[in-house]
Design a binder for this molecule. Structure first.
Ligand code: CTP
Ligand code: MG
Length: 181
């Protein structure tokens, strides 16, 4: 099997998991999810994980999936690769799973003594990928198995950190993000 169709479909299928973080950055603020609570002298999650950011990210990823569903046939014809449709449950799972992965990473960062915004190379780039893939596998296992064969998972795990680094650098340069990671 050729690599290009695998890369195209894998990245397409991950798009609803890519936008939540960026939407959360733009819409974040307000009450933190942990309500200011601490554990062992450190914040449970920190002020960087808010209800508003999480809701906005989940909605943005889900909405994107619906838009992708509307354009997938003409777009797939144009690039010569059939593009998968997102069932609503899969769309929500990808978007919310991305947010959950990011939240879990903040929990780990606080437990390891990292302040809000401190980098954790590796975790920062893959937390939302793992969260999205795990949740979508649990919620829509048949869609997950069909859409993400092993080779697609490998593509996602390699390509996503690269894309994440590039988009965060752009957000930093544009001034919408405080750190370039
Ligand atoms: N954000 C949010 N809610 C989320 C995720 C992100 O409100 N669930 C917003 C916050 O304003 C956050 C910004 O997006 O500051 C950037 O997200 P991220 O880099 O994940 O958070 P950090 O502030 O770097 O905090 P942490 O160290 O916990 O990752
Ligand atoms: Mg951060």
């Amino acid at each position: 099997m050729e690599l290009l169709p695998v890369v195209v479909t894998a990245l397409w299928a991950m798009l609803p998991a890519y936008v939540p973080n960026n939407a959360a950055v733009l819409a974040g603020g307000g009450t933190p999810i942990d309500g200011g609570r601490s554990m062992g002298g450190r914040r449970l999650l920190g002020d960087g994980k808010t209800w508003r950011g999480t809701a906005a990210g989940t909605l943005a990823g889900t909405a994107l999936a619906l838009v992708l569903n509307a354009v997938r046939v003409p777009l797939g014809d144009a690039v010569g690769v059939p593009l998968p449709r997102f069932p609503l449950a899969a769309a929500v799972a990808l978007a919310f799973g991305a947010m959950l992965g990011d939240i879990a990473a903040s929990f780990l960062k606080r437990r390891t003594g990292r302040e809000r915004g401190a980098p954790f190379p590796g975790l920062d780039q893959l937390d939302f990928v793992v969260g999205a893939l795990v949740l979508v596998a649990l919620v829509t296992p048949r869609w997950f198995a069909r859409t993400f064969p092993l080779r697609a998972l490998l593509v996602v795990l390699v390509a996503t950190p690269l894309l994440h680094v590039v988009t965060n650098a752009i957000a930093y340069v544009l001034g919408v993000k405080d750190e370039p990671w």
